[in-house]
Write a protein that binds this ligand. Structure first.
Ligand code: TYM
Length: 338
């Protein structure tokens, strides 16, 4: 595979998705859409974060299958392996190695305060493992290994991005400038897509009630059923107001993300129309947009040889960058080198 990787800005971009369950339209709108849009502008590296995934117990066969599914979805959504490095996190051992070093620059109290750690600890009270707590440090290692200037993610990852920046600055101050301090990039609309049945909650792959989550692999009927049941309000006006109208505002975010229209255009389009019409339009739009992506994902999944070749090339390219950063870190901290 020819590597035509180059960037207009000369800047590097990094992001990753965990291969847990099927991905949701929240993952797509909050992250993958931006990952596709920015690939011509930046030198992009995209991982499938299977080491993060095991912080919650996974079924091994399912984790393996989900890994290829995420790769096929990345590709089906338009991420081009000739422009970007696409790889599986566990294929590059530098992640675990740098995470260990960064652990010694991270305080236990900081990790205990992480919102996602607290939420996941409550949800998985029988398995509050060290990896769950250390999750943000591994994420910092991911980002810092690739000298990323920018990291496109949903708003739920903001706290992790902030701690990554703190760790980088701390290390740079103790030694000398080593790590690039990355910026988070959050979509203006859709940085937090909510659960359709409970708009106070983030739409999540692992929600207890799948009726509130639209998965990227849901069929048309399921998509229409889920949007039909979406919680709204009693005002009867399609208007964007996340505080007063979280359900309708969430549907507007989804609609504009998939159509490319502005919120104002969407509001005008549904002026004088009822919520029933609006929900049907959102559902039809999402189903129409996902159908070709699903077909392409299925086609790619039947060509395992090709997918493996993408991952082999990706791991090779990723290792080259990551191992150079790790060697620099080892040198700075005084690890004896042969
Ligand atoms: P993960 O797999 O939970 O989510 C992948 C991406 O999707 C975004 N996202 C959402 N955005 C908007 N609305 C939602 N409801 C929604 N749900 C998820 C997430 O913000 C994320 O951008 N820790 C990361 C994976 C990771 C990573 C990294 C990301 C590992 N290492 C390094 C960036 C850089 C995660 O759990 O993503």
């Amino acid at each position: 595979m020819e590597n035509t990787q180059r960037s207009v800005t000369g800047k590097r971009l990094y992001s990753a998705v965990q291969p847990t369950n099927a991905l949701t339209i929240g993952n797509y709108i909050g992250a993958i859409r931006n990952m596709v849009a920015l690939q011509d502008e930046y030198d992009c590296t995209y991982a499938i974060a299977n080491m993060h995934a095991i912080t919650v117990r996974q079924q091994p066969a399912q984790l393996r299958a989900n890994t290829l599914s995420v790769l096929a979805l990345y590709l089906a959504c338009g991420i081009d392996p000739a422009k970007c490095t696409l790889y599986v996190q566990s294929h590059v051992p530098c992640h675990a190695e740098l995470a260990w070093v960064l652990n010694t620059f991270t305080y236990v109290g900081e990790m205990e305060r992480m919102t996602q750690f607290k939420d996941k600890s409550a949800k998985h009270a029988d398995n509050i493992n060290m990896g769950l707590m250390d999750y943000p440090v591994l994420m910092a290692a991911d980002i810092l290994l690739y000298n990323a200037d920018v990291v496109p993610v949903g708003i739920d990852q903001r706290q992790h991005l902030e701690i990554c920046r703190d760790i980088a600055v701390r290390f740079n101050n103790i030694y000398s400038p080593t790590f690039v301090v990355p910026e988070g990039v959050y979509p203006k609309v859709g940085a937090k897509i909510s659960d359709l049945l409970d708009p106070s909650k983030k739409m999540s792959k692992s929600s207890e009630n799948a009726a509130g989550t639209v998965f990227m692999n849901d069929d048309r009927d399921a998509i229409i059923r889920k949007f039909r049941r979406a919680v709204t309000d009693s005002e009867g006006v399609v208007r964007y107001d996340p505080e007063a109208k979280p359900g309708i505002s969430n549907l507007l975010s989804i609609y504009t993300a998939f159509t490319g229209r502005s919120i104002a255009q969407a509001e005008a389009e549904f002026a004088g129309k009822g919520y029933g019409d609006f929900k049907s339009a959102v559902a039809e739009t999402v189903a129409d947009c996902l159908a070709p992506v699903q077909a392409e994902q299925a086609r790619l999944l039947s060509d395992k040889q090709y997918l493996n070749s993408v991952l082999e090339e990706g791991a090779r390219r990723a290792y080259k960058v990551a191992s150079a950063t790790l060697a620099k870190v080892y040198r700075k901290i005084g690890f004896y080198q042969l």
